[in-house]
Design a protein around this ligand. Structure first.
Ligand code: TYM
Length: 336
């Protein structure tokens, strides 16, 4: 039997190459050996302001990117978190064993709390607990994520240990599986990670048109030329992208020019843009074809959520039994 794991992405619209290199690429690598459950985690996304009218489209957009990037629905399960209510039920159970001090020290929460002050909501505090619930419901032993999610994974491991200690061994301790592009930086503010929240110029979407990719790369921040000191964050990011999208020879060629202080960033950017465009070409084409079949994508999500729910229900039954919370279960099932 293939080992199972869960990983998720917030439906913030179209996915970028950071999501792809940090997470989705690993999902695709693992899907032959593991039974992957890929969540579109809408209950995580509602912890920040959003437009209710746009949410259904964002769910479909995320699913289109998953499928276009190479997730194979014959091997893996695609699901929507809010269609499997066991996720929030499990999160409540984990809330009851997690000290507040553990969640208050999570870096993403601390940053949000600093920004939002007293208006920071409970969902943002409980965010990593819901994430731990996502993971344990499927008894995931590995969780493919980008580097920014490591503190959340560490917390999930602590919560698993606390649960196993109190109620008996139930869950494996989930290990992070960090992708090749663990931390892709913003094109315009390269000391920050690439993220949609910094605006469209800072990221390359998987579905960006070639001309848009070329334009964004050509305007990416570098430095005025190698000055002998440490490589600037922008230049480092472009070399990192080159190591991921171009051939070894291309990477070594531009690195040599950099070291000899002969590099012309315009040439490097042109080559990098060419290589990103050709790598993303097949994804863009598959996405365009799939976007003409929204009903097919919707049906996959519904079926996938039903399949995921079967597993989630089973785990929750086991959990409730261990916790002395399984009252009248059989009678209720018969009555339903
Ligand atoms: P989210 O939606 O912010 O990002 C989804 C995945 O993309 C990775 N990622 C990056 N990797 C490299 N460079 C970047 N610039 C970059 N930006 C994003 C993230 O590390 C992540 O793997 N909390 C999660 C979603 C989640 C989840 C889960 C993940 C909810 N439940 C259970 C795993 C397991 C999040 O907000 O990811």
């Amino acid at each position: 039997m293939r080992q199972r794991y869960f990983s998720g992405i917030q439906p913030t619209g179209k996915l970028h190459i950071g999501n792809y290199l940090g997470a989705i690429k690993s999902w695709i690598e693992l899907q032959d050996d593991y039974e992957g459950i890929f969540g579109i985690v809408d209950y995580h996304a509602i912890t920040e302001p959003y437009s209710p009218k746009e949410m259904p489209k964002r769910i479909i957009d995320t699913a289109l990117d998953y499928l276009a990037a190479g997730l194979d629905p014959a091997k893996s399960t695609l699901m929507v978190q809010s269609l499997v209510p066991e996720h929030t039920e499990m999160a409540w159970i984990l809330n009851s064993i997690t000290p507040v001090s553990w969640v208050e020290r999570v870096p993403t929460y601390k940053e949000k709390a600093r920004k939002l002050g007293v208006s920071v909501n409970m969902g943002l505090l409980g965010y990593p607990i819901l994430m731990a619930a996502d993971i344990v419901l499927y008894k995931s032993a590995v969780v493919p994520v980008g580097e920014d999610q490591l503190p959340h994974l560490e917390l999930a491991r602590e919560i698993v240990r606390a649960f196993n200690n109190r109620y008996g061994h139930t869950f494996p301790e989930p290990q992070a599986y960090v992708g090749v592009g663990a931390r892709i930086m913003s094109l315009t503010e390269p000391t920050k990670k690439m993220s949609k929240s910094l605006g469209p110029r800072n990221y390359i979407a998987l579905s960006d048109e070639p001309a848009v990719i070329r334009d964004k790369i050509s305007k990416a921040v570098t430095d005025i030329g190698p000055g002998g000191g440490e490589m600037s964050p922008g230049t480092k990011n472009l070399f990192n992208l080159m190591s991921l999208f171009s051939t070894k020879e291309t990477y070594q060629h531009f690195m040599r020019l950099y070291n000899e202080r002969k590099i012309r960033y315009s040439d490097m950017k042109q080559k990098l843009a060419d290589d990103i465009i050709s790598a993303l070409g097949p994804i863009r084409e598959r996405r365009a074809a799939l976007s003409l079949r929204p009903e097919y994508v919707k049906a996959l999500l519904i079926e996938g959520s039903k399949d995921a729910r079967k597993i989630a229900k089973q785990t929750l039954l086991e959990v409730k039994e261990k916790m002395g919370l399984l009252y009248f279960h059989e009678q209720l099932e018969e009555a339903a």
